[in-house]
Design a protein around this ligand. Sequence first.
Ligand SMILES: CC(C)(COP(=O)(O)OP(=O)(O)OC[C@H]1O[C@@H](n2cnc3c(N)ncnc32)[C@H](O)[C@@H]1OP(=O)(O)O)[C@@H](O)C(=O)NCCC(=O)NCCS
Length: 155
Amino acid sequence: MGHTQHNTEEHFLNGDNIAIRIRAYRDSDYPAVKKVLVDGGLFDKVWDRRSNLSKKRAYNSRSVLVAVSGKDVVGTVYVSYDGWEGFIYRLAVLHTFREKGTGTLLMRSAERELRRLGAREVAIFVDAKNSGLHKYYKKRGYKLSRMWRSMWKRL
Ligand SMILES: CC(C)(COP(=O)(O)OP(=O)(O)OC[C@H]1O[C@@H](n2cnc3c(N)ncnc32)[C@H](O)[C@@H]1OP(=O)(O)O)[C@@H](O)C(=O)NCCC(=O)NCCS
């Protein structure tokens, strides 16, 4: 897998030797990112609304990353760090682009961004029933923690 790093862009070849760029999200990417999240079953119409992504981007311009093939956004991942614990959310790759290494590239870039920000550890939330995903993350160095239920409240 080739890899060169530029200031805000990372260029890779994925497993099929297709050139993939990982770069920061821009507002004009929104429809494509939404499509990727819908395709991956991760889209939340409140959390993932356009204005929220703009705010997140204003806080840290690399807190939403996209994987681009040619001109097309084919994957995304969000990073979150405010000085306490690092989090990675919303890893998704278009069905038609899966199993070529793009998800791995996105995770690697997200982890690199967290390290750059000073995070020493990263946590992810994974569906408790999705053993395939547990395997996916375990293979990439993640350990299972004890079972938690997430709870939420409208503010
Ligand atoms: C999870 C997800 C992002 C993975 O994306 P992906 O681009 O398919 O990930 P990768 O290609 O890096 O890895 C997938 C598998 O394909 C394999 N692979 C990588 N390159 C390959 C290639 N060139 N040919 C065939 N297989 C390949 C990988 O080895 C990997 O298998 P492994 O886990 O046994 O190593 C994707 O399945 C997805 O969008 N899922 C829905 C959304 C979701 O649930 N996200 C997680 C939220 S917590």
